[in-house]
Design a protein around this ligand. Structure first.
Ligand code: ATP
Ligand code: MG
Length: 313
């Protein structure tokens, strides 16, 4: 397989066709559209394809060009007002969700973008089915919606901590050994339903290594300006690392589909994570064949009349 290059003679300025081609090359290796034999331990969080640290600057330039193209695609998405794009981000703490969202979406018009963060559910949330709160945050047509964590926590943190399932006060006869399989089934069908309504779903697992998480936690503890990012609970969750990895593997295995694929993005190098996520968003939007709405004959005549009227003032 030929890998995309971040540098090289034709590096900059990049034409649109070249950026789209590179975007495909950067995201395709990490897309999981069929999860049957998915194994998380076969994937390397330090992977940067053929790029190394010396390519970091060139990769950032590619990202900047990509962000510009993304803004253009989003403008068409908004103008066309047919499709919505839902980007779901899941990760262990300190994997870089917030920074990735910030960088990848840095060029887009805030009017066309909505970010929702899902924390532990409130008592009102717990009085409803688990998709209820997420369903209210879905992006409108023409918009990009970002879920910073999502209903996927229902087969991740809730699976790792059975006491959280108990808090949901479901009728006991509905909580059997099959509950996770049932949740996977429901989520797959929910995402099919969204796809059939014009909501394009793409899911990102930022795959950081346990060792890199430790390094980032230490940095947060040792650097006063980063102290605010650390919470004591993060260390407790780290103690359940293996259980989380199992839960992620099962979740991806059972919910990766062609309509709503997962991208398992290596997350030990932030510059590479951002490149892959931007590439996947660009590739997805490009696949929608977006175009500005064409003005019909009657509307064009009205525009010409308005034009004349203004010139005559
Ligand atoms: P950051 O740490 O960067 O601020 P975060 O996404 O980790 O971002 P936190 O407030 O630290 O935000 O954590 C939110 C917590 O809420 C996570 O531990 C997550 O597992 C938990 N959570 C989210 N959804 C659910 C859910 N449905 N049930 C139980 N816990 C949930
Ligand atoms: Mg956190």
């Amino acid at each position: 397989m030929s890998h995309p290059t971040a540098s090289g003679p034709a590096a900059s300025p990049f034409g649109k066709a070249e950026i789209l081609k590179r975007a495909k090359g950067f995201c395709a290796p990490f897309r999981i559209s069929e999860g049957d034999h998915f194994r998380l331990d076969r994937l390397d969080p330090t992977d940067t394809l053929h790029l190394d640290k010396s390519d970091k600057k060139a990769a950032q330039a590619v990202l900047a060009e990509g962000v510009e193209l993304l803004a253009e695609l989003q403008d068409k998405l908004y103008a066309q007002d047919r499709w919505a794009l839902l980007l779901i981000f899941q990760a262990m703490d300190a994997a870089g969700k917030d920074g990735t969202i910030k960088h990848v979406m840095s060029g887009v018009n805030p009017q066309g973008c909505q970010v929702s963060s899902f924390k532990a559910p409130s008592s009102v949330d717990l009085d409803h089915d688990y998709l209820w709160r997420a369903n209210q945050c879905l992006p409108e047509r023409g918009r990009i919606g970002i879920f910073n964590r999502s209903y996927y926590e229902e087969t991740l943190v809730v699976r790792v901590h059975p006491e959280l399932l108990a808090r949901q006060t479901l009728p006991p006869e509905l909580v059997g050994d099959d509950i996770w399989k049932q949740r996977f089934h429901d989520i797959r069908h929910y995402e099919d339903y969204l796809a059939r309504n014009g909501v394009v779903v793409r899911k990102f697992f930022l795959h950081v290594s346990k060792q890199e998480q430790k390094r980032r936690f230490l940095e947060r503890l040792e650097n006063p300006e980063k102290n605010w990012k650390f919470s004591a609970g993060d260390i407790q969750e780290r103690a359940h690392w293996e259980a989380y990895m199992d839960a992620y593997e099962q979740t991806i295995r059972h919910t990766a589909t062609t309509t709503a694929p997962w991208y398992v993005v290596p997350a030990d190098n932030k510059w590479f994570t951002r490149l892959v996520v931007a590439a996947a968003v660009i590739d997805t939007l490009d696949g929608l064949g977006l175009a500005y709405p064409r003005v019909g004959d009657r509307a064009r005549a009205a525009l010409a009349a308005a034009h004349q009227q203004l010139l005559a003032e």
